[in-house]
Design a protein around this ligand. Structure first.
Ligand code: 5RP
Length: 251
């Protein structure tokens, strides 16, 4: 009698946190070194866990370079980061033209289209991306993909006016996002509220629709009650991904 061999399973061990942090730092430092030049005076600072490494590298450029600069945040977190790093804070209504904005992303495809809004900051992030002459993405290797929705399964973040959320949820389901859901706070006691006082719906769409993010963006943005959509199409000049082996992939 032949006894079948016990199948060997390879446990999925996640990479240590330090590897991921190093990957974020590598991407951030590379982007700053390439795109934040001494002549840049108005600089946009994005949101998320990769952006502190951007600020770390900018601070390392020295007080003589940073003295004449104004830094514009995309939300509460980056505002605090700018203040605690002793950089000069400004706002986009004072400075609607930005030299360069560096931000994180939840996923970036082969054409540099991005999903953003994992931290619910995508309205301000898009304003700062559009206001910038150069918009650059920094992320670790897990965000690098060919098709949006491959790695980021949570769906497209859609910021909505609170009173319109139920109608927009229905609209999104009819548009093809069957599992669209209101984003809840950690204790699930209530919806998360953005820096702008709005709610966020996470809308996963089928692969067919994710293949054409620009059309999807246009459709979702047309829904009344939608404030902004976390699809950033044709906006990034470059994206840098730190890898596990210490290298950087530039797109
Ligand atoms: C927040 C964002 C962030 O930039 C995005 O979630 C990436 O964050 P992290 O650098 O922590 O991976 O879009 O709205």
């Amino acid at each position: 009698k032949v006894v079948p061999e016990r199948p060997v399973t390879t446990p999925q061990v996640p990479p240590p946190a330090t590897v991921i942090e190093e990957a974020k730092r590598l991407a951030a430092w590379t982007a700053v070194d390439k795109h934040v030049l001494p002549e840049h005076k108005i600089i946009g600072i994005g949101s998320g866990s990769t952006v502190p490494y951007v600020v770390e590298r900018i601070v390392a450029q020295g007080p003589e370079v940073n003295e004449g600069r104004i830094f514009i945040p995309t939300g509460f977190q980056s505002k605090e980061l700018i203040i605690s790093s002793k950089l000069q804070l400004g706002d986009v209504d004072q400075y609607p033209t930005i030299d360069v904005t560096i931000d994180g992303a939840d996923e970036v495809d082969g054409d540099l289209n991005c999903i953003k809004g994992g931290g619910a900051c995508h309205l301000r992030e898009k304003v700062l991306a559009e206001a910038a002459d150069t918009w650059v993405i920094v992320a670790d290797y897990r965000k690098n993909s060919q098709l949006l929705g491959t790695n980021w399964k949570q769906g497209v973040p859609v910021e909505v006016a609170p009173f319109a959320f139920a109608k927009v949820l229905l609209n999104l389901q009819r548009l093809g996002s069957e599992k669209a859901a209101l984003r809840m706070g950690k204790a699930k006691a209530g919806p998360i509220v953005t820096d702008n006082g709005n709610f966020v719906i996470d809308a996963p769409f089928p692969e067919e629709q994710m293949k054409d993010p620009y059309t999807l963006l246009a459709r979702v943005k047309m829904l009344t009650g939608v404030v902004e959509v976390g699809l950033f199409c044709h906006m990034a000049k470059a994206a840098y991904f730190g890898n596990q082996d210490g290298s950087v992939t530039a797109k």
